[in-house]
Write a protein that binds this ligand. Structure first.
Ligand SMILES: [Zn+2]
Length: 285
């Protein structure tokens, strides 16, 4: 019988690994970084440094959010409002440009919340998800840290284990670049869907972060690498995944416990919510 050697030994991903032999490492001594394996913290450090120098640090990239169809036209195309109602709403909006057309039409009594949600689903070409008690009991932190959910106004509402599909709900705008980043980070398919904005915001307000460390002012590849390696050692991490989500870098470490590090380009997420995991300061030392 041939033993499963590949399951016991592994090849270090780092090209400059001190060992020249390809399969001399015992797999359980190292850790996985995204979908590859490194033999220890020295090689982890080199790989992370390469990764962040290559992929860029927070704030260097941002894709604009583009809606495909204005909400008023989406409501009109669904037959929820008349052309006259839309014209009246657009006239009012010219006087108060900061008020959204959907809010004006709602205040006029021309549409209700579920019609606005349905029109937004048309706008963003995604389904409406029926929020219920079960979807609100999903432990969202298992999927995405609260800081990122708050920042992008989104909420995991359902996970289909069989095909690893995460249904991610939005209330106004669907952030497709964020969705693609999260798919890579989770190794799962993300299905965007629309829900009524009010219950979404209520659920987001009730969220409690779990072991999230926000580092909004740290943006250099060297600092991000150093801090991540520090956490990896302290946690005895067995796996690390990294993702650029919007202008932030999200790093999820699994080890003695799960910790999410979020390096950001702006201070918004750090100041809007006071997120301090119980062991963050101890872990940093
Ligand atoms: Zn190595």
């Amino acid at each position: 019988m041939v033993p499963n050697v590949a399951g016991i030994f592994a090849r270090c991903r780092n090209d400059r690994c001190a060992s020249r032999l390809p399969y001399v490492h015992l797999r359980h001594n190292g850790l996985t970084l995204n979908d590859t394996w490194v033999c220890g913290v020295e090689c982890l450090e080199e790989q992370l440094s390469q990764l962040f120098h290559h992929s860029g640090t927070p704030g260097r990239r941002s894709e604009p959010v583009r809606s495909r169809l204005p909400l008023g036209l989406a409501l009109l195309s669904r037959g929820f409002i008349s052309p006259d109602a839309l014209r009246a709403a657009l006239r009012m909006q010219q006087e108060c440009p900061e008020v959204r057309v959907g809010d004006i039409l709602r205040n006029m009594g021309a549409v209700n919340d579920s019609q606005i949600t349905a029109a937004r689903a048309t706008q963003w070409r995604c389904p409406v998800f029926p929020l219920n008690e079960k979807s609100l009991r999903l432990n969202v932190n298992d999927f995405i840290p609260a800081a990122l959910l708050w920042k992008h106004s989104m909420l995991p509402v359902h996970f289909a284990e069989q095909n690893r599909s995460l249904y991610l709900a939005f209330g106004c705008e669907v952030h497709y670049p964020v969705i693609r980043a999260i798919e890579r980070a989770l190794g799962a398919t993300v299905v965007p869907c629309m829900v009524d904005d009010m219950p979404l915001q209520e659920s987001l307000s009730a969220l409690a972060p779990e072991n999230e460390v926000l580092l909004p002012s740290i943006t250099s590849p060297e600092d991000i690498t150093r801090i991540t390696v520090g956490y990896a050692e302290t946690l005895r991490a067995s796996s690390i995944r990294t993702a650029s989500v919007g202008n932030d870098i999200w790093i999820r470490l699994h080890g003695r416990q799960r910790v999410d590090l979020i390096f950001g380009s702006d201070r918004l997420i750090g100041e809007t919510r006071n997120v301090e995991p119980p062991e963050s300061s101890a872990l940093l030392n």
